[in-house]
Design a protein. Structure first.
Length: 37
């Protein structure tokens, strides 16, 4: 199952980064610009 642990780790990291990018994107889009980012 874990023949390529390095590859799976890379995929997990990429997925996490993409999810974070999407979350921050939607947060910036839907929250009023009061936080002063």
């Amino acid at each position: 199952m874990n023949a390529l642990p390095g590859k799976t780790e890379n995929v997990k990291r990429n997925h996490h980064r993409i999810v974070r990018l999407m979350l921050t994107h939607y947060a910036l889009r839907f929250t009023p610009p009061i936080h002063g980012h």
